[in-house]
Write a protein that binds this ligand. Structure first.
Ligand SMILES: Cc1cc2nc3c(=O)[nH]c(=O)nc-3n(C[C@H](O)[C@H](O)[C@H](O)COP(=O)(O)OP(=O)(O)OC[C@H]3O[C@@H](n4cnc5c(N)ncnc54)[C@H](O)[C@@H]3O)c2cc1C
Length: 436
């Protein structure tokens, strides 16, 4: 490649692509344009007074040896390996995931009996048209109504009947985390509980700072190799001429000329007519004066609709020195729609701490500070016909959509890396990424 490559967005995808293009040394100029003041995108870390908060739980996990090699190329020896411990809060109790027989104690008898009946019921062969259908066909109506319906309505701000089954690929299948844990039907869940297989899943996490350390190393490599990183400036659109992109329009005026553009900012910025929407996450980064031993998980899901948060994360269980000695912290995630933001978030901010106290996640007297951050475009929302709209986009030949928001792909960091590695070699990366 010769000429100027402009990459919009310095998240994991944009940084990986820039780092690889520069390492290959075959383009004249590589420029990264980033809206925020620092790189990292969704893999950013907010650090204050010895506390490091990632945006919810962030850790590296991949089954792809190419991505694994790349992670180690960037991190070198600067990572630790940690075992997973995640949890779900149901019927007033914290329960381990994967579920064990012990974790069923205290679940309403009606739900247990109903689920047993669902498991024994002959499967109907009806079409799976929505996320709700998908869950009912796998786990039965009882579990759908008991957990998935409320959780999804709260999390996505949308009725699961109106959502595409693809939402389950990331939202449910990946929550299983390890393919050896079979949980793809009610029956396999049940077998898994009766005869749990010992599965020791582990993740990589940087040995210093938070997850953003990975992106900081990438940024230094990009700049050392002669790449330009422009931060604190949004790209507002593209300039086209006869089906070819000539440049990127920049916030504050001006056009950055380009011979090719990779776009990892939200696809809705350049194709608003396609009607794609994203939800945002309000994160409450809470510093605690003392340790709360009750929070013995890394992250925990909360399905109850009367709790405003959907997940909490305990950074100390990723690495002990993400908090000052003796202190503790929690990150609570609250997903919000554009409509919620318009209506104001004061109600959420008032409700959060008492609600966290009600589930035993903290005591109000322990709270040292609450640092609120609004992280925009955290999840693409899959309505039932999003696929048709995605494939109807006609891309100029020198424009490539990249990453989670650019490709409208509810993915993980390893997927963004895998896609960027493919693009850096001029390889295609199938639009139908769900098989990955
Ligand atoms: C709460 C949460 C927890 C997660 N946990 C994990 C996990 O444990 N493991 C894992 O592998 N993945 C996890 N993920 C997913 C992971 O964060 C993403 O897959 C990955 O970071 C996406 O990288 P990206 O570069 O594709 O996109 P992004 O990180 O979204 O990068 C896009 C970049 O574009 C910038 N941008 C946006 N608009 C503009 C504009 N107009 N102009 C210029 N720049 C712009 C953004 O600021 C951002 O830096 C999690 C995600 C969330 C939200």
């Amino acid at each position: 490649m010769t000429g100027r490559t402009v990459i919009v967005g310095a998240g994991v995808a944009g940084l990986t692509l820039a780092e690889r293009l520069l390492a290959a040394g075959n383009d004249d100029e590589t420029v990264l344009v980033e809206r925020e003041e620092s790189p990292g995108g969704l893999a950013r870390t907010f650090s204050t007074g010895g506390f490091h908060f990632d945006i919810g739980p962030h850790r590296f996990h991949t089954a792809d040896p190419v991505v694994d090699t790349y992670l180690k190329h960037i991190l070198g020896t600067r990572y630790i390996t940690i075992p997973r411990k995640s949890s779900v809060f149901m019927a007033g109790r914290y329960r381990n995931w994967p579920l064990s027989l012990a974790s069923l104690v205290g679940l309403p008898a009606g739900v247990l009996m109903g689920s047993l009946a669902d498991m024994l019921k002959k499967k109907s062969r009806s079409e799976v048209d929505s996320f709700a259908d998908f869950i009912r066909s796998r786990y039965g109506d009882n579990l759908y109504r008991f957990f998935f319906r409320g959780y999804t309505r709260k999390f996505a701000g949308m009725d699961p009947e109106l959502m595409h089954p693809d939402w389950a690929e990331a939202g449910v299948n990946r929550a299983v985390i390890d393919k050896r844990v079979k949980a793809d039907t009610l029956f396999s869940l049940f077998i898994g509980m009766l005869a749990p297989k010992p599965v020791h899943t582990s993740f990589y996490y940087p040995s210093e700072g938070g997850i953003q350390s990975f992106c900081d190393i990438q940024s230094s490599m990009v700049q050392r190799a002669g790449g330009a990183l422009m931060t604190g400036i949004p790209a507002e659109g593209i300039v086209q001429d006869g089906g070819t992109v000539r440049g990127v329009t920049m916030g504050g005026g001006g056009v950055l000329e380009a011979d090719r553009v990779f776009w990892s900012a939200p696809v809705s910025t350049i194709f608003p007519e396609a009607g794609f929407s994203f939800i945002h996450t309000l994160v409450a980064n809470i510093g605690l004066k003392s340790e709360n031993p009750a929070n013995d998980y890394q992250w925990c899901y909360f399905g109850q609709e009367d709790l405003c948060f959907s997940r909490t994360t305990v950074p100390r269980h990723f690495r002990h020195d993400t908090v000052p000695k003796g202190a503790d912290s929690i990150c609570a995630e609250i997903t919000v729609t554009d409509e919620d933001l318009k209506n104001g978030i004061e109600g959420i901010q008032t409700a959060l701490i008492p609600q966290l106290e009600s589930v035993g996640a903290l005591r109000q007297s322990q709270v040292e500070f609450v640092d609120w951050k609004l992280v925009r475009e955290t999840y693409p929302i899959y309505d039932r016909n999003y696929r048709e709209r995605l494939s109807s986009i006609e891309l100029p030949k020198n424009l490539t959509l990249l990453g989670r928001c650019g490709s409208f792909w509810y993915n993980n960091m390893d997927h963004s890396i895998s896609q960027a590695l493919a693009f850096s070699k001029g390889e295609r990366f199938e639009r139908d990424f769900w098989s990955r």
